[in-house]
Write a protein that binds this ligand. Sequence first.
Ligand code: SF4
Length: 215
Amino acid sequence: MISEENIIEVFEILESHLKEKNMIQKFIDEKFTPFQILVATILSARTRDEQSEEISRRLFKKVKMPRDLLKFNKKQLAKEIYPIGFYRTKAKNLIKLAKILVEKYDGRIPEKMEELLKLPGVGRKTANIVLAYAFNKPAIAVDTHVHRIFNRWGFLKTKKPEETEMELRKRLPRKLWGKVNNLLVNFGKNICKPIKPLCDKCPLNSLCPFSKCQK
Ligand code: SF4
């Protein structure tokens, strides 16, 4: 069983098995700016991490701050970020976003959830990633992997990622909040997959009630 009693140990186990950091954690380690973290997170929606990382790095050679994005028109920016998923919509949103950041925030990224959520292309998950990783604020970025895994563990019983986020805010020790996305997204992609999880290779299979191969 995975519960509040052993969740710190569970995170330590996952950390010791983590093979590769996710894109955002790499960018944080490389001291990318909050603006670049925000842009990379928007670009990564519905796109493989490897492709998002490659295209973000390519874009960041030309784009360091919001006003740099305004040198492109929608068509040019779409070409820059092609073939990322939904590249036309993302290009349109990024230009709108850059305009708002320049005009309303003097080029800075707001540090409050309510303000981040008003920006084009920014949903709760993106806002939480920016708050947790770029600003080191207490925030939990929950996506479908995080939602599925906590439910499989029996740690909580929720129907939607938003509900999972609210439950985790009540029950997960704060020192783990910033680790959730980096550890669980990777784990969800490689081991605890949506379909056919690799329980025989999972370091948590003796603890997990969903395991198909209890040791
Ligand atoms: S034992 Fe299976 S279901 Fe449980 S966390 Fe590991 S991979 Fe996921």
